[in-house]
Structures are given as C-alpha cells and as structure tokens.
Design a protein around this ligand. Sequence first.
Ligand code: NAD
Length: 347
Amino acid sequence: GQVTTAQHTEATDASPELREEYAGLVEEVARHQVAYHQKDAPLISDAEYDQLIHRLRKIEAEHPELASADSPTQQVGGTPSEAFSPVEHLRRMYSLEDLFSSSELRTWYDRAVASLEKQRPGEKPRWLVELKIDGLAISLLYRHGELVRAATRGDGTTGEDVTHNVRTIKDIPHHLVGDHHPEELEVRGEIFMPSEAFNTFNQTLIDSGKPPLANPRNAAAGSIRQKDPAKTAQRPLSMFVHGIGARSGLEPTSQHQTYETLEAWGLPVSPYTAIVESFEEIQQYLDTYEQKRHDLIHEIDGVVIKVDDFAQQRSLGHTSRVPRWAAAYKYAPEEVTTRLLDIREHV
Ligand code: NAD
C-alpha cells in the first residue's frame, strides 16, 4: 500500500495525457468496485479488474503526486451499502497484498524474513499456507460464546450488519461449544457457496427459467446481502475461519493454535491449511493446489501465505490496507491459460 517509491527521485511531472488516463482509470475502478462490492454484479472479470489496479499502482509509483489518500489503491473493498445498518468493527479488517508470480512471492518472502531478522534477531518464521477461498469476508462477534452480530468487511472499518442472514447458515454456531469463552471475540472467515452446491443451485435456476448466477463468489456475496433472511436460508452456504479480530480474554500465541481453539468451539476450520518452514515448501503447496483447484470443496483464486506466530505478526504490522505478515498469491486466470494452450496446439 505504500505509494511513494524511493527509487524515483527524478522529476515526476506527469503529462496531461497521463493525468487524463489516471483520472479515467480512477473513475473506472471506482465504478467496478461499486458493481462488485455493493451490487454483487461485476461487469468485468477479476483478472481484467486486477490489470486496471496494476496499471493504477504503476502510475502512482512513477508519479506519487497524482495519488491521493482516497485512491482505490489505498482502500479496502468498497463503501458499505446503505441498504444495511452500519457496523463498526472492533478491530479493522484488512485486504491482502496480491502477488502474481513466483518472483513477486520471492521478493515479498525475502522482505518479510529480513524485516523479522532485524526486529527479532535469530527468529525464523514458520508459515501458514491456506487456500484463498473465493467468497465473502465476514466478521462474527461472539460475546461469552454467543453469536451477537455478523458483519461484512465493508471498507474495513465499517461493515454491513448481516446478522439475520448469517444466522441461517448451519455451519456457523449460534453458541460456541463448551464454556469459558472470551468476553468478546471477533471471528473472521470467508462465506462461500461450495462448488457442488453452486452447480446444483444454478441448474435449478436454469430449469425454472431464471438467469444463473455468474460464479460462486458472487453467489455467496449476493446470498448474504439479501434483504430477506428467508432467501438466504435457501442458499447452500458454508464458511471457513481465517483469522480473529478483537479478543478479550483469549491470548493465543499463533494463528494455527487459534484455529485449533476455534475448531474445538465448533467453528468450521479449513481442512487444506498447512504449516511449512521454507520458501520451497510454500512453492510446493502452490503447485499442488494449482493442479487440484477444481477438486476442492470450494473455488479458490490463489493461496494465502501467513506468518504463523502472533508476536512476529505484530512486529511486521500493517499498512493502511494490508498486513505485512501475509500475502495472497493469485493463480493465473484460466481463460488465458486455455487460450495459450489452444495456440500451442495450433503451432
Ligand atoms: P482479495 O480478495 O484479493 O484478498 C483479501 C480477502 O481474501 C480477504 O479480505 C478475505 O476475505 C479473503 N480470503 C480468502 N481466503 C482467505 C484466507 N485463507 N485467509 C485470509 N483471507 C482470505 O482482496 P479484496 O480487497 O477483497 O478484493 C479484491 C478482489 O476482488 C480481487 O480478486 C479483485 O479482482 C476482485 N474485484 C473484482 C472486481 C470486478 O469488477 N471483477 C471489482 C472489484 C474487486
């Protein structure tokens, strides 16, 4: 999320053409953010959207004077919709830095390791590797083990109150198992429509003459953001936990230990998570799941790599938009891969 780059000390006067391109891009990206985050109806593919963001970042890196604090590159998601009551998250929700190649991953990894070495000499991080679930981020607030509120991420600070809808999802416990629960706990996770259920659900829509849903991500987001919980209840939704926010009365030392605790309390935890020690093992995990990506419970668009230890996470900290202790490696969009394969076949 840092806009300024130290390398570019030369004059950065942007040409009028570039200023115009920049302003046009900001407007275009803002339009797509509304379509995607507020209306659950994207107008372009994620890969196309990522290209627009990528171009914006490039212009901002070369011409920091163009970037303003409200640039889409500095924000988490979209503005919460007025159709729902606003919810202030107790702790902020973040996005993730995107990495699009093995070399970008290597740079990110080396930087995190070096930064830790500087702050906590001698400590080698352990890495938690997880699938990047293509769904909708949710924050569940439990007070003394009771689910009292559920909110979407929104802009990271303020989300949308979707408690009634979330209560219809059977994977999400209304009361945590056992007793002695934290006074206050924000459980963060991803709501998704399992791939199989998505296909079946879409078939019923087609059979009854209705337009099918575009993809499981929009299906999940659209299902949670219904005005009528009875509609949400008819949608086959699931959730996996991927973090915690505020926690009072809980002092876990690592992310994987937190998952174990949450699982014991009856919260759904992903079966695909692994702990690894090296860059090579991370790469191996990426390769394995790129092959298996269509044989999983849910759709994925990549892998999330996290420093496991909470003290190390705190040392690395956050930018205004993303944690420095985690990143998302995005798989290449498959349309492109198919096209490339097609071309190869014709050569
Ligand atoms: P993101 O989806 O790239 O990454 C952050 C999110 O990943 C987190 O908030 C969390 O909800 C989710 N996530 C899934 N699995 C996780 C795990 N195991 N651990 C932690 N987090 C996990 O970033 P974003 O800011 O939510 O949105 C950007 C995404 O939305 C991009 O993929 C972009 O292409 C897409 N988008 C598309 C359009 C469009 O028009 N097509 C418009 C806006 C955004």
